[in-house]
Write a protein that binds this ligand. Sequence first.
Ligand SMILES: NC(=O)c1ccc[n+]([C@@H]2O[C@H](COP(=O)([O-])OP(=O)(O)OC[C@H]3O[C@@H](n4cnc5c(N)ncnc54)[C@H](O)[C@@H]3O)[C@@H](O)[C@H]2O)c1
Length: 287
Amino acid sequence: MSNNLLKGKRGIIFGALDENSIAWKVAEKAKEEGAIFTLTNAPVALRKGDIFRLGEKTGAEVISADVTQVDDLENLFQESMKILGGKIDFILHSVGMSPNVRKGLHYTELDYNYMMKTLDVSAISLHKVLQTAWNLDAINQWGSVVALSYIAAQRTYSSYSDMAQAKAMLESIARSFGYHYGNRRRVRVNTISQSPTVTTAGQGVKGFGAFYSYANCMSPLGNATSDDCAAYCISMFSDYTKMVTMQNLFHDGGYSSMGISDKLIDDCFVCTGDCDDKNPQNIEIKK
Ligand SMILES: NC(=O)c1ccc[n+]([C@@H]2O[C@H](COP(=O)([O-])OP(=O)(O)OC[C@H]3O[C@@H](n4cnc5c(N)ncnc54)[C@H](O)[C@@H]3O)[C@@H](O)[C@H]2O)c1
């Protein structure tokens, strides 16, 4: 069902790799809601080829850009404005990658060159996108920029590794640049902190199945799907949310406000007693 929420709006969507990507769903929904946009991804993702199918389906041109390369980003903005016939109204930053996670390195044994890459691709890239747009004055008044985050920015998830630092930085950049862009052009910048979602990036994290099931059991509404996330992104690109900026918005079925749930107590959590040595007074705990 379309409400034409993005009719007349022009966008750039980063990060559609395959049908499971959150960005893929956002592109489909943006098209449904009347937007025109370009799609972009790293050269290696373009070689995989799926993104061109999405381009055909949504009538969007695909432009190659490594999000860490400012020259690529300048070309992306200039080409997008030419193709779409004017300045940009919305941007989705749906990009993340950690070589430390990919190589399975333990958090206490991180490779620092890899860590710099993690931060560059997954966080500083948002600054590069915004600074490039700023220099080219490429975003219209009341434009909306959304980047995708995860709750590991605030809490420790043991195997999320240096992506936790990347997400904390990403959210901070959204606040800092959101101030400057808001002042200059009324452009708003937010992050959406999404539930665990079955995608290539998501499943690359060790123990993803446990992340997914635990969050699902904890959240009164269950995990938000990628389709749900796409719908939320569309609302953030629309004029109905035009006074929302510099926020990290939890989109997680209530997970971030939970401590423990009946579901976990009754059905899921079985204590094996392995942690009893961390209970120094040996208090008997009813199971
Ligand atoms: N899947 C989850 O559980 C989950 C949860 C919360 C947040 N997120 C975030 O959502 C965003 C999208 O991830 P996804 O889950 O859809 O997975 P995905 O693997 O489909 O998307 C990640 C994208 O990043 C792109 N990318 C990597 N390096 C790049 C570079 N140098 N230049 C340009 N693009 C590059 C990849 O090609 C890919 O398209 C990421 O920021 C991710 O951290 C995912």
